[in-house]
Write a new protein. Structure first.
Length: 631
């Protein structure tokens, strides 16, 4: 359902009536620092109105070290520290599907949905004790987004209707944001990574020393660090992503990184974290987190032996059987959470391919339809997903209010006879070697480029290659390290791009450029065209060719969707968009909505038995890691 609330104030304020300042409690680890004079008392570290988080099962106990591991410490694919530690200004409540305050205190939309007012919690502090105020948001807006060296291309999310939003500081705890057009989806973005540190605010008091506006010697500082320009140094020191390099960077997160090396990352309790439980105990309960960096095989072995308290993103469906066998011995519980991803492997043909011959081929909707029909999704589900997935076309998640079953079935049945017929109609006749030629007799090869770290990619794509070659389309697979793959996408060098198609639930899919149907996403199915649209023709390439008209209809409908004023219009445009995808197949789906293995140690409490699993729900954050505890 679409978010219905116009004015929201946190339920925690009601709960807080029973929590007096004298009742606040803290971790013994922090209490010891208070006694030594290293920290102020807990009541001085919390905001006037703290966030109150109701524990899932019971009020927890303090202490302990959470043990986890990752194969990718510097990416958002990390189990260990990205989505465990980073909260947002607002949050999508998993039970009510309403947007609720989190780091912020509340929000209010104007009647016409053009003005958003955000209220912060008075007394919230950064991890170094400095106040978090509207100045930290205004610094991000005026000095980061507003600086052409740091942000040469202004974010589309903040430019609905083609005009950049206007931010105004009302007072230390109030920000007013005005848009040129109605833009209610922005609050869903702010209940996502759009309002995490670095994406909507920075600790101005700390990072301004590397900003040329506040420090005329910023370029000299950069050179001392081996860099050329001030903005490179600024980006390094303000980076709060999993690859964070400045461990002194203040944060609002429940845990902060205190140590990292190539094999291990260690985090500790943020003494100024703004949340308490229903009895006034400052959160988080867990004092520290240790993240070991491991190869996947070793990570699975550590999970089997009970050496990890949580594990999920690095596990695969093929691990379920052995994980179940070792459940008692490893003293953990194996949970199966349902993925929110409608296509674990989504395949997109590069409509802007640099080879004119392949560009012409890939732009033919009938060609894409044929290759979709050639894929045996039921077999992929059986062989790769062990029956735990749903064979379907790439489309929106079924929980969307406008979902139509026909979208999930569009050209998704296994019908090689019809696939061959469509290819024949295109004039692609088979040669003596069994592979098809273009109508002018030229050979061609479809190259599928993909990241070596993408789950299921090798197994699924090997089957896809075989299916396509059975209908006469020569296909080769090309695997790349993730960073190289991303570079290739941005350079338009992928032939056929591959990524999981997530962010398709209702709270995410209607956000500008968030889903993988954004042509500049990791699939890279029309990067140059979207770049041309984003920059008003200054960069990229103007859409042209057989697919251009349908592509522009798709993109324009999305733009209209972001700024609708009525629910009826929202539903009508949604149907137009996803009817377009169902016919044009900008991205081909395979299998999605699979059951995914989650390992949780029996000593870990307040951890739910079942949750939706995926980027749409920010992975672990949907479980409120602050209220996990170890016993």
């Amino acid at each position: 359902m679409r978010t219905k609330k116009i004015v929201v104030f946190c339920l925690s304020l009601i709960l807080l009536l029973s929590v007096g300042a004298a009742a606040y409690n803290e971790s013994p680890m922090l209490a010891e620092q208070v006694q030594k004079g290293l920290l102020p008392p807990v009541e001085e570290r919390l905001p006037v109105e703290p966030l109150v988080i109701r524990p899932f099962d019971e009020v927890g106990v303090y202490g302990g070290t959470l043990r986890t591991a990752t194969t990718e410490p510097n990416t958002w694919s990390s189990d260990g520290h990205s989505h465990i530690r980073i909260p947002y200004l607002f949050w999508l409540d998993p039970e009510t599907e309403e947007i609720i305050p989190y780091l912020a205190k509340g929000y209010e939309f104007s009647e016409d949905n053009r003005v958003l007012t955000i209220t912060l919690r008075e007394g919230t502090k950064w991890s170094d004790g400095h106040p978090f105020t509207a100045d930290d948001i205004m610094f991000w807006w005026e000095d980061v987004i507003g600086n052409d060296e740091l942000t040469p291309v202004k974010p589309a999310m903040w430019s609905p209707g083609g005009e950049l939003a206007v931010f105004e500081k009302i007072d230390d705890y109030t920000i007013r944001i005005e848009f040129a057009v109605p833009f209610k989806p922005i609050i869903s973005y702010l209940a996502y990574w759009g309002s995490q540190q670095g994406n909507m605010f920075h600790p101005k008091h700390y990072v301004k020393q590397w900003h040329i506006k506040y420090n005329p010697d910023a370029n000299e500082l950069a050179k001392e660090e081996g860099l050329e320009f001030w903005y490179q140094s600024f980006q390094n020191h303000s980076n709060i992503t999993p690859g964070q390099v400045d461990l002194n960077l203040p944060t609002l997160n429940p845990w902060m990184i205190v140590e990292r090396n190539p094999s291990r990352i260690r985090l500790e309790h943020n003494p100024y974290y703004l949340a308490v439980d229903t009895e006034g105990n400052q959160l988080p309960y867990i004092d520290s987190i240790v993240v070991d960096v491991l190869e996947r095989e070793m990570l699975v072995m550590r999970a089997l032996s009970g050496d990890l308290d949580i594990c999920g993103r690095s596990l695969e469906i093929s691990d379920i059987s052995i994980l179940k066998e070792s459940e008692a011995r490893g003293d953990y519980r194996l949970l199966l959470w349902t993925s929110t991803v409608p296509a674990d492997i989504g395949i997109g043909f590069n409509l802007c391919h640099k080879d004119p011959k392949l560009r012409e081929i890939y732009q033919q909707a009938k060609f894409r339809q044929a290759l979709s029909l050639a894929i045996n999704r039921e077999e992929i589900n059986d062989l790769v997903f062990f029956g735990f997935g749903v064979p379907m076309q790439a489309t929106v998640h079924p929980n969307n209010s406008f979902f139509k079953e026909e979208w999930a079935k569009a050209y998704a049945e296994y019908d090689p006879a019809r696939a061959n017929q469509l290819l024949d109609e295109l004039g692609f006749e088979r040669g003596a070697d069994g592979f098809r030629r273009t109508p002018d007799g030229e050979t061609f090869t479809v190259t599928i480029n993909y990241s070596s770290t993408l789950a299921f990619a090798n197994s699924v794509l090997e089957l896809v290659r075989d299916y396509w070659e059975k209908v006469g389309v020569r296909t080769v697979l090309s695997s790349h390290e993730r960073t190289l793959y991303t570079t290739m996408v941005e350079a338009g060098e992928v032939g056929v791009g591959v990524w999981m198609i997530d962010r398709m639930t209702e709270s995410r899919v209607s956000l500008p450029d968030v889903t993988k149907f954004n042509p500049t996403s990791e699939v890279g199915w029309a990067y140059a065209w979207k770049q041309w649209l984003n920059t008003d023709g200054e960069q990229g390439e103007e859409p042209s060719g057989p697919a251009a008209e349908a592509f522009m209809e798709f993109m324009n409908a999305f733009q209209d969707w972001y700024t609708v004023e009525s629910d009826a219009e929202y539903q009508e445009i949604a149907e137009r968009i996803w009817d377009n995808q169902a016919e044009n197949l900008w991205i081909l789906g395979t299998v999605g909505l699979s059951q995914r293995p989650i390992v949780a140690a029996n000593r870990l409490h307040n951890f739910p038995e079942h949750m939706p699993w995926g980027d749409d729900m920010s992975w672990w954050r949907i479980t409120y890691p602050e209220q996990w505890f170890i016993k």
